[in-house]
Design a protein around this ligand. Structure first.
Ligand code: KIV
Ligand code: ZN
Length: 385
């Protein structure tokens, strides 16, 4: 049986918190529209108390959203929560997300005892619940919070009416087995846990955000918090495209589905890269320029015979027109022949041999050999013949 996993996108909140990634009002509206259209279940549109601009963007996104739930972030205090509600209340489906840091390091900042923090959580979730029937609670830095205290915070939030409980790995510290065990433990131990949805929110400081999110789902989480291109503070958040495609491609061992129209992934990835000013690294999983490109002879030959030899998913499924076989010094005869055929040249074996020698010579001097280079090579062979 396939279980459903909700996709909560926080590109416009946690993603935008990445230094230098600020987006304009109209860019935010455009990204929100794309997220809404591609099937994201919940869009965290911003942090309404943070600035007038954030408030305006969240309000406008809330008014325009057609399908997604629109969520705003608020610290655990009444002023933040009220401001958040003022912004999200316009949505067909609004959500208030409130949080506090529960680990010893984070408790020390507002200098609250465990009892004082417990009381604050109770008051704030109750207050949010009086405004909205869709409240998400986050125990920030959950993965570094004492187990007993974490259970206590989660229990209080559930009793006060939160319907989603988020367990953030705020500093990207956990590892897959621990991530799964933590969610499993909370579901087993905390009274009322079976009535709510558990969410996983991972950061990528040790490069494990995607693995940790998927492990949390195996432990019982049914909401993944993520961003397009993994944009986010420091090393970023879990990348939406990675978890969605992993669940799709490995549905045999992770039988969970999402509502995401994966064909829209490339388009939004490129748009987020442009508006945030954060280019996507070439070898980034799913959306990198090289994710479906093969240069070496053995790989190109394999791909020309059967694309499954070196690809575990179809580029068309993420919105690309197809695989690319760039020609370079590692390329072989089969790819050169295929490229020439694509350009309209059907060479005899001896002609191909000649062009191949000169192609290799050129490729040794150039990173990539383009169509125009090949046409130039062909015209000199014809001239010499
Ligand atoms: O990383 C984090 O803990 C957060 C919370 C505000 C949910 O972004
Ligand atoms: Zn975060």
């Amino acid at each position: 049986m396939t279980d459903h996993v909700l996709i909560f996108d926080t590109t416009l909140r946690d993603g935008e918190q990445s230094p230098g990634a600020t987006m304009t009002h109209s860019e935010k509206l455009e990204i929100a529209e794309m997220l809404d259209d591609m099937g994201v279940d919940i869009i965290e549109a911003g942090f309404p108390i943070a600035s007038e601009g954030d408030f305006a963007a969240v309000s406008e996104i809330a008014k325009r959203a057609k399908n997604s739930t629109i969520c705003g972030l608020s610290r655990a205090n009444f002023k933040d929560i009220d401001r958040c509600w003022e912004a999200v209340k316009h949505a067909k489906s609004p959500r208030i997300h409130t949080f506090i840091g529960t680990s010893p390091l984070h408790r020390a900042i507002p200098n609250l005892t465990m009892d004082e923090m417990a009381e604050r959580i109770h008051e704030c979730v109750t207050h949010a619940r009086n405004l909205s029937d869709n409240v998400q609670w986050s125990s920030m830095d959950a993965t570094r919070t004492e187990e007993d205290f974490l259970c206590r915070t989660v229990e209080i939030a559930i009793k006060a009416g939160a319907s989603t409980i988020n367990i953030p790995d705020t500093v990207g510290y956990t590892a897959p087995r621990e991530s799964a065990d933590l969610i499993r433990m909370l579901i087993e131990k905390v009274p009322g846990a079976d009535e709510v949805i558990f969410a996983t929110h991972c950061h990528n400081d040790l490069g494990m955000a995607t693995a940790n999110s998927l492990a949390a789902v195996e432990g019982g989480a049914r909401q993944i918090e993520c961003t397009i291109n993994g944009l986010g503070e420091r090393a970023g958040n879990t990348a939406l495209e990675e978890v969605v495609m992993a669940l799709r491609v490995r549905n045999d061992i992770m039988p969970f589905d999402t509502r995401i129209d994966t064909k829209k992934i490339m388009q939004i990835s490129r748009r987020v890269a442009t508006v945030s000013g954060f280019p996507v690294q070439f070898n980034k999983a799913i959306v990198g320029k090289n994710a479906f490109a093969h240069e070496s002879g053995i790989h190109q030959d394999g791909m020309l015979k059967n694309r499954e030899t070196f690809e575990v998913m179809r580029p068309e499924d993420v919105g690309l027109s197809g695989t690319s076989l760039p020609l370079g010094k590692h390329s072989g005869r089969a790819a050169l022949r295929a490229k020439l055929a694509e350009l309209g040249f059907d060479l005899a074996d001896n002609q191909l041999k000649d062009v191949f020698v000169r192609f290799k010579d050129l490729a040794d001097r150039k990173k990539e050999v383009f169509d125009d280079d090949l046409l130039a090579l062909l015209s000199t062979s014809e001239g010499e013949a």
